[in-house]
Design a protein around this ligand. Sequence first.
Ligand code: SF4
Ligand code: SF4
Length: 401
Amino acid sequence: MCTDKVETSAHIVSQVAEELYLKCIRCGKCLSVCPIYRETRIETMSPRGKVALYRAVGEDDLPEISPVYASKFYTCLMCEACREVCPSGVELDVIMNQVRADLAHCGLLPDSLQRLSDIIVSAGNISDEDNARRLGWTENMASKPVGLDYDGQVEMVYFVGCVSSLFPASYHIPQSLAGILEKAGVSYALMGGEERCCGYPLLLNGESELALEMAQHNVEAARVTGAPQVVMSCPSCYHMWKHTYPEILGDDVLDGLEILHETEMLAGLARAGRLRFKPWPVTVTYHDSCDLGRKSDIFDAPREVLRAIPELELVEMADHRAHSLCCGGGGNLETYNRELAQALPLRRLRQAEEAGASTIVVSCQQCKRTLAGAARREKIRIRVIDLAEVVAEQIEEEPHA
Ligand code: SF4
Ligand code: SF4
């Protein structure tokens, strides 16, 4: 507890609370879509409960902001499924960002999340490794990616992201994307140790000033390459670059730079005839990640790529597109409450089975990690694969003129 700072927190909350919390008519529609509430059945961890707690502070009905109060707000995937269905337009994401910033400000960031912030600030990445190790994924490739030794003007810079760069289980995703770029004849650059965490985990912790420093560094480092496009395979990095960087660094910060997610880039290459595919007679379903789908409005590009693969059958899960179900990997929940986060993907795997799919295609290394991990733990026979890996497997040799 930090009494003086708690006053500051309550003050900040009460300044903005009314216009946000008064919209809630307590209908409970959000409860039916919240993965946390569906799993725990605890009202104070539900979206409606969070709004009520926020209101209680705004109206001075809570004597103090305690770690228990804080725990309710850190138990959230920041998936925005609740915002999507709310008939009154309650913006829980705005409330969450405000409250988490207040909690961090008054010293109520839980130890595990504080450790995560400290690691990112000191190492420049989420895994506390020497940042030069970001190129570890290139080491066991048959030939080094040409993006390592780019020379002169390149079409794009590939921002690999912490998970793909530093977690061996995800190495195959950047390896696949680099291979695709080379087969499609796209010139590109890699930033290696000059790349840092995009800042998203810091923002989720409520530490926007620290996120801003990461953002500033990354934009400057990308500009050094001279590439007019920045492509990323991580939806969180993409959302940060495309939507948050202009908010925190200014509208013109990306002038002259086009920000693309791998799904948009791959759809563009397929449309332009720079990718051709071998048949793949498999029934697949596509999992929309929260940061790419609901938050960034990219639903069609990955499906366009899948539909371009001959003999592939695409089926949809019960919850898809804007109503997709979070895999459990969002909101820093895995760092804060691993047990709860690991319980969440099972419902998603069951939905894929019910849809008749043998394969779940994702376009997020975090979704791949959580869904594949749950499938292993639960002994569910379903393959989880990133779209870049699908394309790399199915691409015809020498497709471009
Ligand atoms: S759906 Fe919206 S209005 Fe209804 S309880 Fe949830 S936050 Fe409140
Ligand atoms: S953002 Fe997601 S996890 Fe958080 S309260 Fe809303 S639906 Fe639940």
